[in-house]
Every structure is written in C-alpha cells, then in structure tokens.
Design a protein around this ligand. Structure first.
Ligand SMILES: [Zn+2]
Length: 111
C-alpha cells in the first residue's frame, strides 16, 4: 500500500490505498491525494490548524527497485518504527524530506 500520514499528539492518522489504486508518476506509485486535501476535508474543523502544523510524511512505492520509500519529518525520526506505517516483509527506505516539516521544525512557520 501507499499513503500519507500525519502524527497528531503521538497518534498516526494514516490514509492509504492499494498499489493498484495508486497514481503512477515516473517510476513511482503515489497516493492520489495531497496532505492538504485530506486535512482540509477531514481534520481542519477538529484541530483548527493548517495541514502543515503537525509532523507528516508519505509512503510511496518505486516500481523499478520494488521498494517503499517513506518520507517523514525529522521530529518523528525516533519513533518512526513504532508508528506502524512501515510495510511488513517488504523492502523500504526511510528518508527525511524537508518538504515535510511541522510548525516546530520549520523556523519560518507562521501560525
Ligand atoms: Zn517536525
């Protein structure tokens, strides 16, 4: 599966789909919705902050090397393995990505 996630107060909000439902982008399969779309649709009313306030990340799949790439915010590095987002019995790579920065990690964040 591929997907995206937010980590809100140590809880994972994971949105995923099967590889067959994913969007192809070059050598990658990607979850078809963006963090902003999901957040605005489901969570904005509840948390009353923008989608980039909390730590977040994305799980994509590389078709060529049959590996999942998991991009995430640096502040969840320590507990990334406890979040249950790593596909089991599959190849994966953990990668930090500056695109995924929460309000704590992004010094230019404006609340
Ligand atoms: Zn962060």
């Amino acid at each position: 599966m591929v997907g995206l996630f937010f980590v809100v107060n140590n809880k994972v909000l994971l949105h995923k789909c099967e590889l067959s439902e994913a969007e192809k982008y070059g050598d990658f399969l990607n979850y078809p919705e963006s963090h902003m779309q999901i957040w605005d649709k489901l969570y904005y009313k509840k948390y009353k902050v923008d989608f980039d306030y909390f730590p977040r990340g994305r799980i994509i799949y590389n078709i060529k090397d049959e590996t999942y790439y998991i991009y995430y915010d640096k502040c969840i590095e320590e507990n990334i393995k406890e979040l249950n987002i790593i596909p089991q019995n599959e190849n994966y790579k953990l990668l930090r990505d500056f695109h995924y920065q929460c309000h704590k990690c992004n010094k230019n964040y404006i609340i």
